[in-house]
Design a protein around this ligand. Sequence first.
Ligand SMILES: [Zn+2]
Length: 217
Amino acid sequence: MDEWNIQSRARVCCSCGQPFADGQPYHTLLFDDKPRFRRHDICELCWRKEDAAGVRNAPGFVSRWQGVYETPPQKPDQMYRETAESLLRKLIELGDTRYQPASYILAVMLERKRILKVRDQFVRDGRRVFVYEHHKSGDLFTIADPELRLDQLEHVQHQVADLLEHGLPQPQEQPHPSHTAPCVELGTPDVAQEHPPTAQESAAQTGADAVRMEPAN
Ligand SMILES: [Zn+2]
């Protein structure tokens, strides 16, 4: 199950393809196409052509609301720095479930700062899911409630504070199996680390493992 994801606001009507103009009202329909949510932004005219009851009964329908389109700025508002928002986006892109509670805490922080607002909430597979919308870009963040207990909350808050201060930990280097380490380290480490082993190398490794597993006698 995808418990959290981001979906950007469409720049054109998903039904008729007309670009949205700045300040134009639009309607968002949210569907649960498990495992992912699907966002469908349509213009006022196309919404009027829809049968509202039919939409509500459509497979996977979970929510609908109206928004006002804002033309995105040509340049980012500010120079890059790690903020609660940029961190949340990174964590969601990373998709590592260890950071799911932290993402929830960040979303709550951003809601308090009025950067995100809750558009809807519903229960999916027994868990509460919040649909947050970014007040400027209209991006949607769907985040499941991690149902933190009080004794877990403190740990997650520490994790969030640490991530905000130091950023995400750099991906760890792949540990080299001992029997290949000398070749890699004495050769060209940068190239060797960036490329997955070839079929031959893998086969050689499997062979080495097989030899190692043979009993001593
Ligand atoms: Zn349309």
